[in-house]
Design a binder for this molecule. Structure first.
Ligand code: SAM
Length: 225
């Protein structure tokens, strides 16, 4: 029981099985950007629970992104690597950089990449307001992380410089009425994401609707006027 409670404190606002669970598990902090994910091994039990695949549909998500085998990808808020390791396998001649603000997640993901023989998966300790990407990429992906970014408009204005020509930004996050996910007050409806990113200089290019609990939006930097 104690172990279960610990996991809840660290990660449960993310993957609760019901809204009630999410409410019970919610951090008392008003600022969800400061939610704690600093116990990676415990978080992995939740984030990498195989039961997640049924609704997260990682293979479908990656197929929908139609990645070139040599694509360069940044997974911002990579956590324990649920998507980062799958992306690394999907781009054998490419590269994936898993960015996280939590040192323990970065440590865990680096160890996981080594353990799983993924030489094309590297890690980066990001700052809350800057992912500190070392080079431009073809795809930036944020899964269940958008709502953690504290000053989003400024963050994404700056992120526009992180793309190679033709680069894309993919955002997956929980619907307001999903039976799991962060506490309700931290959820951001897709229409707001679109407005925020439009103001930050992106345009929507695709909207996938096959995920049962999350929206999946794909943007590209708009031409600068
Ligand atoms: C809910 S978890 C999602 C992890 C992973 N994307 C997944 O789908 O399993 C959110 C992650 O974002 C990280 N995070 C929070 N704020 C961040 C920021 N400003 N920049 C990068 N990572 C951030 C947290 O430390 C955590 O690992």
């Amino acid at each position: 029981m104690r172990r279960v409670l610990d996991i809840r404190r660290g990660c449960a606002a993310f993957l609760a099985l019901a809204a009630a669970f999410a409410v019970v598990a919610a951090t008392p902090a008003q600022d969800h950007s400061r939610h704690s994910f600093d116990r990676a091994e415990k978080c992995a039990l939740v984030l990498d629970d195989p039961a997640r695949d049924a609704w997260q549909k990682p293979d479908e998500v990656i197929r929908a992104l139609a990645l070139a085998p040599d694509a360069a990808i940044a997974d911002i808020g990579a956590g324990t690597g649920y998507f980062a390791v799958r992306l690394a396998r999907a781009v054998p001649q490419g590269s994936v950089i898993g960015v996280d603000v939590e040192q323990d997640m970065v440590r865990y993901l680096a160890e996981r990449a080594k353990r799983e023989g993924l030489a094309n998966l590297t890690t980066q300790l990001g700052a809350a307001n800057d992912p500190r990407l070392p080079a431009p990429v073809d795809l930036v992906m944020l899964v269940d992380t958008y709502h953690h970014i504290p000053t989003r408009e400024r963050y994404f204005v700056r992120l526009r410089d992180a793309f190679k020509p033709g680069g894309r930004l993919a955002i997956i996050d929980f619907h307001v009425d999903a039976p799991m996910g962060p506490p309700l007050r931290f959820r951001i409806p897709p229409e707001r994401v679109k407005q925020e990113l439009m103001r930050a200089g992106f345009e929507l290019v695709q909207e996938h609707t096959f995920l049962p609990h999350q929206y999946f939006l794909v943007f590209r930097p708009a031409a600068r006027s």
